[in-house]
Design a protein around this ligand. Structure first.
Ligand code: PMP
Length: 402
């Protein structure tokens, strides 16, 4: 009998895989999956508002009309009809766009990964809002970037601090979520967008403008995208998504970028997944022709406005005196700060034991987390349920009153 040779250990994981942490938000979603928990934690669109019938009809139709095309491999750039429809929507929002300016992605999250692959060398500096979208931090960290937060106030990045950091750190890109930001819900005003575009022009850096929430405005007037300012038109990438306006399970987004960078992203996408699902793209394109996305969005906005108001109405009694929070004009999130000394992460198990949940703000900060912050999403419950969730939160926090 021959004996089995001694096994030699397999090589270690890549440094980046060993150091980038799993998203704590995804872990919280697991903890709050019990149906009795009213969870303000997830950043999920309201599932009962999905236009399931309209989307099903679109899939039926493309599978009936063109099965051999929609079940086949297709181009990396994306379905021409879908790109034309997205370009038309962007033009209608005041951003002249041709179908060829766009690359269809597997959600805007893939857009972030492609940009990180196409632009970032290990050690490159990326500036972000503080706090910012967690999975963008993951993408930049996976690329080995040094992520530096720009100090922010209630309206977003502070201009003087941004200018100082740009001069000192020579960043390659600045990542912004200008509309109803995740996690803070705040919107960057036009004057600051112009100033950001000027900084990018003067100092030579890319702007990544991530906009999954821009079409979910319920109050006030839309603010033009940074990509529409001449100063930074040649250096701004706009990321869009169908996740919050149609359905996130379809995993469809798009990237609008200047030609050379877009081509680099196309090559990165070839290496990642060849192309986004042909049938999903075809169904979305069909849906945009046969259904009325704007009428659907009007229903979603009206529901979210009521839900935001229910959350705001409940917060004053739910949070301890001295807490502060904002009133977002759209999107999905309210950002709250508990009085000094409170730690939202330490309080979460108490909240969950009262069958209510939120996301602590801590993981959204690139550095120097404010432990007293938390994010509450108002999208997935009726106003009554939100009221009940707020009463549970009040009880939970009362048990730990300082
Ligand atoms: N960017 C931001 C700011 C987000 O909040 C999200 C989703 N929560 C994404 C990108 C990713 O969205 P998707 O990939 O579904 O388009």
């Amino acid at each position: 009998m021959t004996s089995r040779p001694a096994a030699v250990d397999v090589p270690a994981l890549a440094q980046r895989a060993a150091t980038v942490e799993a998203s704590p938000v995804r872990e919280i979603l697991v903890l709050t999956a019990r149906p009795e928990v009213i969870s303000f934690a997830g950043g999920l669109p309201a599932p009962e508002l999905f236009d399931a019938a309209g989307i099903r009809a679109a899939y039926d139709r493309v599978l009936a009309d063109a099965p051999q095309r929609v079940l086949q491999y297709s181009t990396t750039e994306g379905d021409p009809d879908l790109r034309a429809a997205v370009a038309a929507r962007l033009c209608a929002r005041g951003l002249p766009t041709l179908p060829d300016d766009l690359l269809v992605t597997g959600g805007s999250q893939q857009g972030l990964t492609l940009l990180a692959t196409a632009l970032l060398e290990p050690g490159d500096v990326v500036l972000v809002e503080n706090p910012t979208y967690l999975a963008a931090l993951q993408s930049f960290r996976f690329a080995g970037a040094r992520v530096i937060p720009v100090p922010c106030d209630a309206e977003g990045v502070d201009h003087a601090a941004l200018t100082e950091l740009v001069q000192r750190e020579r960043p390659k890109l600045l990542y912004l979520v200008p509309n109803f930001q995740n996690p803070t819900g705040r919107t960057l005003p036009a004057a600051r967008r112009r100033a950001v575009a000027k900084v990018a022009e003067r100092h030579g850096l890319w702007i990544v403008e991530d906009d999954p929430y821009g079409e979910l405005r319920f109050d006030g007037d839309p603010v033009a995208p940074i990509a529409s300012y001449d100063a930074a038109a040649d250096r701004t990438v706009l990321l869009g998504s169908f996740s919050k306006i149609m359905a996130p399970g379809m995993r469809l987004g798009w990237l609008r970028a200047p030609a050379a960078l877009r081509r680099a992203c196309v090559i990165a996408k070839q290496a990642a997944d060849l192309h986004t699902s042909t049938v999903d793209q075809a169904a979305a394109a069909r849906y945009l022709v046969d259904a009325d996305l704007d009428a659907h969005l009007a229903r979603v906005r009206a529901a979210y406005r009521e839900r935001r108001d229910a959350l705001l109405a409940g917060l004053a009694d739910a949070l301890p005196p001295g807490s502060t929070w904002n009133r977002p004009d759209g999107g999905m999130f309210v950002w709250a700060t508990l009085p000094q000394g409170y730690d939202a992460t330490a309080l979460l198990p108490t909240a969950i034991s009262h069958d209510v949940a939120y996301v602590p703000g801590r993981p959204f900060f690139a550095t120097d987390p404010d432990a007293a912050t938390l994010r509450l999403s108002f999208t997935t419950y009726t106003p009554d349920r939100i009221g009940e969730g707020m009463r549970r939160l009040a009880k939970a926090l009362a048990t730990v009153a300082e």
